[in-house]
Design a protein around this ligand. Structure first.
Ligand code: ATP
Ligand code: MG
Ligand code: MG
Ligand code: MG
Length: 481
């Protein structure tokens, strides 16, 4: 069986053999872009090439990019650990053409890599193309369908709408149709009953998206119309952990060697066994294995946990992980920092920044864990009281705010605990309390909305309040006026 390290290497070697320069991952923490807190896609670091603001040093590049999807447009946090294929931090394998090759090559190479190098079973693969491809009014995009028809049986090609198959960076700017590859991992019996085609893009845990090929060929203008770009680009992203799972033929990303080391270490520390189920205990193992990576690599890239902005996002992830081991693995001491050496070693040759700063990162994580563990027990008791006293199935805004302010419970943690008791939190009331505190402290404001947003757009926008998922990060939402 190929190891995850070999799988990553084969991806990079393949694209090197097709004339691509292999470049390093950009930091997961975005420092000088007011519209983005964390890298959430491989293409973020190249956006100036697409916009024509900078000339790329190479026209073909490939890499593996550290990504984090816990805020803004892409927020997968609530799925993580509950499902088996959405992570907070993940590696996005990508290849790019900046005005060089286009659809035919990108499509042929993605198929060659998956079926000839990785030897995936073709009968399990489905590809999607933008439905506009079939119409005559988008002539260049027609090529995607034609390119696929040459290599894939027609019953494995699906048409998708704008939501699934047309990628846009924001309201304006470079954009284009995309073509995705999905894998059906179900048993032959299940496949005989329901064709995989019917389950693509339906959140089936065994029929998952692995690769998105975006063809950047238009500029969306302010009036909503599309104008063809002078150059056409390719922007692809493949979820590394999902690819490894498919190649290693596992039921879950967590059963691959990307995660088994961390899970084994957690078992050794806690004395519990991971049983692959949907129990709270098993979710806790997955949450820990996932979250520790996000925490480790963001701190290694220079973002310390704090009470605002990107720092608060990290603190929130860390506290979610602590709550899971505290409540479901019955472990009451700092645990996460003890997993860091396993991850440092595992990624020594891919992202060496962690191994190099292991002592520092460990110290930061342990201090965070210590501090939160001190109030967690009290906070959990307080939440029990609050729940016992609630007349309806709602935790009122003031109580939710008290948990946040006094006990350090991020709202999504309170929401999570409430949901376990089939309760909600009063989001409006919580927002109002938060707003009052904000008015008091005039806290700094950060913006994290789309993959990125053209800045001059904001001049026209009106402040409409806080995004409930992003309250603690002081993220503001704008609406066009
Ligand atoms: P999904 O529909 O599964 O949420 P997506 O359409 O949001 O994925 P893209 O934005 O197209 O994902 O990103 C490209 C690839 O990155 C996906 O095909 C998938 O393999 C991977 N990916 C996306 N989100 C995650 C995540 N949270 N964890 C792991 N891999 C991911
Ligand atoms: Mg998604
Ligand atoms: Mg998708
Ligand atoms: Mg996608």
């Amino acid at each position: 069986m190929l190891t995850s390290a070999e799988i990553r290497q084969q991806f990079l070697d393949f694209f090197r053999s097709k004339g691509h320069e292999i470049v390093p991952s950009a930091p997961i923490v975005v420092k000088n872009d007011p519209t983005l807190l964390f890298t959430n896609a491989g293409m973020n670091q190249f956006k100036d090439y697409f916009l024509g603001n900078k000339k790329p040093p190479y026209t073909r590049v490939a890499d593996t990019q550290k990504c984090l999807r816990v805020s803004g447009k892409h927020n997968d946090l609530e799925e993580v650990g509950v499902d088996t294929y959405h992570h907070t931090m993940f590696e996005m394998l990508g290849n790019w053409s900046f005005g060089d090759y286009f659809k035919a090559e990108a499509i042929a190479w993605s198929w060659e890599l998956l079926t000839e190098v990785y030897k995936l079973d073709k009968s399990r693969l489905y590809v999607t193309v933008f439905e506009g491809d079939a119409k005559e009014n988008l002539p260049p995009s027609k090529i995607a369908l034609d390119a696929w028809k040459k290599i894939v049986a027609e019953e494995h090609i699906l048409f998708g709408n704008k939501k699934d198959n047309f990628w846009e960076m924001g309201d304006t700017g470079p954009c284009g149709p995309c073509s995705e590859i999905h894998v059906d991992m179900r048993s032959d019996e299940e496949r005989a009953l329901i064709p995989g085609k019917e389950l693509v893009n339906k959140d089936h845990p065994q029929v998952i998206e692995i690769w998105n090929n975006v063809f950047i060929q238009y500029n969306r203008k302010k009036d909503g119309s599309l104008e063809p770009l002078p150059s056409r680009h390719v922007d692809t992203g493949m979820g590394f952990e999902r690819l490894v799972r498919v190649i290693q033929n596992k039921k879950s990303n967590y059963d691959t060697d990307v995660f088994t080391g961390t899970i084994a270490a957690t078992e050794a520390i806690t004395g519990k066994k991971y049983d692959y189920s949907d129990s709270k205990e098993a979710v806790a193992f997955r949450v820990i294995a996932d979250h520790i990576r996000a925490i480790a690599f963001t701190i290694a890239d220079g973002q310390l946990p704090s009470n605002t902005g990107a720092g608060y996002v990290i603190r929130r992830i860390l506290r979610r992980a602590v709550r899971y081991y505290f409540s479901y693995l019955d472990y009451k001491q700092p645990l996460l920092f003890r997993l860091l050496p396993v991850i440092g070693k595992q990624f020594e040759h891919v992202f060496p920044e962690l191994e190099k700063q292991l002592d520092f990162v460990s110290k930061v994580v342990k201090e965070e864990e210590d501090a939160f563990l001190k109030t967690l027990d009290k906070g959990l008791k307080r939440i029990d009281d609050i729940i016992a006293q609630s007349v309806n199935k709602t935790i009122n805004g003031r109580a939710a705010f008290e948990l946040f302010d006094t006990y350090g419970f991020p709202a999504d943690l309170t929401r999570l605990i409430a949901a376990e008791q089939q309760m909600d939190i009063d989001e409006e009331g919580f927002k109002a309390e938060m707003q009052q505190q904000k008015d008091r402290s005039r806290a700094a404001t950060a913006i994290d909305t789309e993959d990125w947003v053209v800045l001059d757009e904001f001049a026209l926008n009106e402040f409409v309040g806080y995004d409930s998922l992003e309250i603690q990060t002081k993220v503001t939402k704008y609406r066009k006026v």
